[in-house]
Write a protein that binds this ligand. Structure first.
Ligand code: PAF
Length: 293
């Protein structure tokens, strides 16, 4: 496994490789990341991973300074997962003095996470665009838990004709259903136990949808009702939105719905989502939607 901190060295190492799959991360890796690395390796033959805690996607009062880091453990896990190349740039390698270019994906970055974390997706789109330019992979892999992020990246890659296919992989969960996230480590034992309320809330709405409920506000109410049963969690939002535009729905139609939520446990925010209904990507768009892959 080749590790490097510079763009120049990464490009030299990449030049000797054929088909490459790429997994961008912020480190503190868990099974969700590792399953993406194994998928990249399986599908492309060679896997590259970046570890970069991107300051541009953190707001001034967010957890940039205390974001969990454990580089040695990450590298050991990546070795076991079969990664070939690991890019671990410092902040000045990505944003050198005089850096001025940012990527904004309009229309998908005004609601949900963006309403709570202004500027977050500008930072994500910018760093992912730059990393895709550096890595020049055939495919790049992202976890579907961060549903809005997946949509933003997929849209950006299509709009800017980035020649890397964006692959969205299913959410990897703990045995009790909590979606894996590097931030789960912040949870106290009591909050960790209480956090299963997210998947319970989503399941309740999924069941109602399967039983024929199509009223989007009723589905949101079902989610809010289950969340209210757990006083340790404070919901930031509960959304039942169009899976292609993220506009809140009145009714779930043929296009299905993206049901998503964010809940605070103390200072830790947890996200999760469920897709309701069968989405027929070819009927909706010449390009499959990121979320339907
Ligand atoms: O999902 C993440 O870990 C980050 O947002 C990403 C895609 C690596 C960009 O910094």
């Amino acid at each position: 496994m080749h590790t490097t901190t510079t763009i120049r060295d990464f490009r030299a190492a990449r030049a000797g490789l054929d088909t490459l799959g790429f997994v961008p991360t912020m480190g503190f890796l868990h099974e969700g990341h590792l399953s993406l690395v194994r998928q990249a390796k399986r599908e492309c033959g060679t896997a590259a991973v970046s570890i970069f805690v991107n300051p541009a996607q953190f707001g001034p009062n967010e957890d940039l300074a205390r974001y969990p880091r454990d580089l040695n453990h990450d590298l050991a896990l990546l070795g076991e997962a079969g990664a070939d190349l690991v890019f671990m740039p410092g902040v000045e390698e990505i944003y050198p003095p005089g850096y001025r270019t940012y990527v904004t994906v309009e229309g998908l970055t005004e609601r949900l996470e963006s309403a709570i974390r202004p500027g977050h997706f500008r930072g994500v789109a910018t760093v992912v665009c730059k990393l895709l330019n550096i890595v020049q992979a055939e495919k790049a892999y992202f976890g579907q838990k961060d549903a809005q992020q997946c949509m933003v990246i997929d849209q950006m890659a299509r709009d800017l004709a980035i020649p890397t296919a964006i692959v969205i992989a299913p959410t990897v969960r703990e045995p009790d259903g909590l979606a894996m996230s590097s931030r789960n480590v912040y949870l106290s034992p009591e909050d960790r136990r209480a956090a299963t309320v997210l998947i319970r809330a989503l399941h309740a709405a999924e069941q109602a949808h399967n039983a024929g409920e199509r009223d989007a506000e009723r589905l949101r109410e079902i989610v809010r009702g289950v969340l209210a049963s757990e006083p340790r969690g404070q919901p930031d939002y509960v959304s039942c939105a169009d899976p292609l535009t993220l506009q809140e729905l009145d009714a779930v139609g043929q296009q299905g719905a993206l049901l998503s939520l964010a809940v605070r446990f103390g200072t830790t925010r947890l996200l999760d989502k469920a897709l309701l209904g069968g989405i027929q990507p070819s009927a909706l768009s010449p390009q499959p939607s990121a979320l339907s892959l």
